[in-house]
Write a protein that binds this ligand. Structure first.
Ligand SMILES: Cc1cc2nc3c(=O)[nH]c(=O)nc-3n(C[C@H](O)[C@H](O)[C@H](O)COP(=O)(O)O)c2cc1C
Length: 186
């Protein structure tokens, strides 16, 4: 059976990150199981102009379908990535308030002690955001805000995006071509 990865897309800025992540996963044997919040649908439209997710994902669930596979711990997955992850979704995961499929799948990922990566995006972060993220980190989630980095000398926004996608997939030991790993000063 193919390995499955759950991908949640919520309404923070950064929809192109989700598209780039799914494109990278399309080149692997991993099966992608995707759900998009209503906010995520809005930001996809605003930032990508279209919605390419259906073409890239293996399975796309209705966000309200809390009877879908990823809503149960017996549905085996490698873990879950929420990319981008809004502060509302951070708050929902933090409190265990699972009123949509993304929040329920994240809750399941935590309770099953599987890897949960949150590409949490807001700026500046309020004290509430920072407290929620800090406590989620203590609960085992990996927090990867889409931070800029320059050491790999990116020449375009696409290269910067690619670097963040590589950092996220590295959490699952998924190798992506053209990942500029730091090997010391050149
Ligand atoms: C274009 C746009 C950009 C947004 N960017 C952010 C953001 O970076 N971070 C954030 O927490 N919320 C952002 N929001 C607000 C969220 O979309 C809003 O709080 C929404 O209710 C989140 O719901 P969801 O987590 O269910 O997707 C943005 C909204 C829009 C329309």
């Amino acid at each position: 059976m193919k390995q499955r990865l759950v991908i949640g897309i919520s309404g923070a800025s950064g929809a192109p990150l989700a598209v780039a992540l799914l494109k990278a996963l399309k080149e692997t044997d991993i099966e992608t199981h995707v759900m998009i919040t209503n906010g995520g649908q809005l930001t996809l439209r605003q930032e990508c102009g279209s919605d390419p997710i259906a073409e890239l994902a293996d399975v796309v669930y209705d966000i309200h379908d809390i009877g879908a596979g990823p809503a149960s711990g017996s549905f085996k997955t490698m873990g879950m990535i929420v990319i981008p992850c809004s502060m509302k979704t951070v708050a929902g995961i933090h409190s265990g308030y699972s009123d949509n499929l993304l929040l329920r799948a994240a809750d399941v990922t935590l309770k099953e002690r599987r890897k949960l990566v949150l590409v949490a995006r807001e700026t500046p972060f309020s004290t509430i955001h920072l407290r929620n993220l800090y406590e989620l980190s203590q609960m085992g989630a990996v927090i990867i805000p889409p931070m800029l980095s320059y050491y790999q000398k990116p020449e375009s926004l696409e290269e910067m995006t690619h670097h963040i996608v590589c950092k996220v997939l590295d959490q699952f030991d998924i190798e992506v071509p053209k990942f500029h790993r730091w090997e010391g000063m050149t």
